[in-house]
Design a protein around this ligand. Structure first.
Ligand SMILES: Cc1ncc(COP(=O)(O)O)c(C=O)c1O
Length: 366
């Protein structure tokens, strides 16, 4: 008998499916499946990355001091309460490793980001899925699901893949109502797309039981380099640093992120472009009879009439070289998540969906 067995929970993990990037037999594809910034990173970030090539034999900074100072300067935070990770995925993993384990429960929402469940299972904890209300986080349902075993509550605000968000007063009500042993994790991967939103900073400053995660993969256009960060109380950040590997970020990634975060005018430009084409895309979908919730992110969640129509539309778009995301694994089988691309991509995807709808609304002949 094979006695080599993994820890409990590991074999319950379903592998994370990233957004596809290729379609067999189709050239010149446009990838709108991973919520990447179609404009790419700032020139300053690319230049900082190139400079790192001169020192590849050196180990990177282990305390990430330069990047933490830059983030603190730009966002008005305390640098000693920031932790950096290989994507915010790694911060999520640190949180689960440090605060969840056998016998504990980790709450995530019905349409929440897939890594919450994966990281909870990897830590041996029990993931608890909580219903949303019409694709919006339901604070009362989360509070009702809390038990004396709950140690982490994950919520993305705005959320992926719904694109919706809840207001600061609701988030504060959630933080206030949690049991004393539970930490609220506010995932702000898309926070920079919301004009005037602090991503949860005010709440983190006011309460010991709230931590915030952020990423360089979305508006900063650095998904390929894997950089994220978290902000919390001194105690929580101290705990997370104990499970962090000393050289978890490469120097090239640190340099590029530092330059990217300081290039605030480029971020403003990306936010404005995204808002413009997001409205255009949602309006064009609505004109074809395809509804979507108001998106606070860099994608639009198109609600097709049925799962069959969603799958047929996705297949048609693929045949046209347009890769979007089916989100059945997020309990949204009739929806298509479409990243807001640049002008040309938005126009192409709308044109193709119109062709699909004009051809056969049920998708039966596609
Ligand atoms: C809500 C949310 N959180 C976290 C992440 C992880 O981002 P990264 O690990 O690239 O920083 C994503 C990526 O899509 C996301 O949508």
């Amino acid at each position: 008998m094979n006695k080599i067995t993994p820890q409990p929970g590991i074999m319950d993990i379903k592998l994370y499916q990233g957004g596809a990037a290729h379609v067999t037999g189709v050239e010149n594809v446009i990838k709108l499946s991973s919520n990447e910034n179609p404009l790419g990173p700032s020139e300053a970030a690319k230049e900082a990355f190139r400079r790192a090539a001169l020192d590849l034999h050196r180990y990177p900074s282990s305390d990430h001091g330069g990047l933490r100072t830059a983030i603190a300067d730009v966002y008005g935070l305390h640098a000693d309460r920031i932790i950096c990770g290989a994507g915010s995925d790694e911060i999520i993993a640190f949180l689960c490793q440090a605060y969840a384990g056998l016998g504990t429960e980790v709450i995530h929402t019905e349409h929440g980001f897939g890594m919450y469940k994966i990281s909870a299972l990897a830590a041996g904890a029990t993931p608890v899925e909580v219903k949303e209300r019409e694709r919006v986080t339901d604070v009362d349902a989360i509070l009702a699901a809390c038990t004396d075993k709950t140690t982490l509550v994950f919520m993305a605000n705005p959320n992926n893949p719904t694109g919706t968000m809840i207001g600061a007063a609701e988030v504060a009500r959630l933080a206030d109502g949690l049991p004393p042993q539970a930490l609220l994790v506010l995932d702000g991967a898309y926070a920079e797309y919301v004009e005037g939103y602090d991503g949860g900073v005010t709440l983190v400053e006011a309460r010991e039981n709230v931590v915030m995660t952020r990423t360089f993969s979305k508006i900063y256009g650095l998904g390929g380099l894997r950089i994220g960060w978290g902000y919390g109380s001194k105690d929580v950040i101290d705990v997370l640093n104990r499970v962090r590997g000393p050289f978890n970020l490469s120097q090239a990634a640190l340099n590029a992120a530092e330059a990217a975060v300081r290039d605030t005018s480029y971020v403003d430009h990306c936010r404005a472009e995204n808002a413009r084409w997001r409205t255009w895309l949602a309006d064009a979908l609505a004109a074809m009879g395809i509804p979507s919730d108001v998106s606070c992110t860099n994608f639009v969640l198109a609600r097709m009439a049925s799962q069959k129509e969603a799958e047929a539309c996705d297949a048609y778009l693929k045949s046209q070289g347009l890769i979007i995301r089916l989100v059945a694994s997020y309990n949204l089988p009739n929806c298509l998540r479409i990243t807001v691309g640049d002008e040309a991509s938005c126009r192409r995807v709308v044109h193709a969906i119109r062709q699909f709808k004009d051809g056969d609304a049920d998708g039966t002949s596609v």
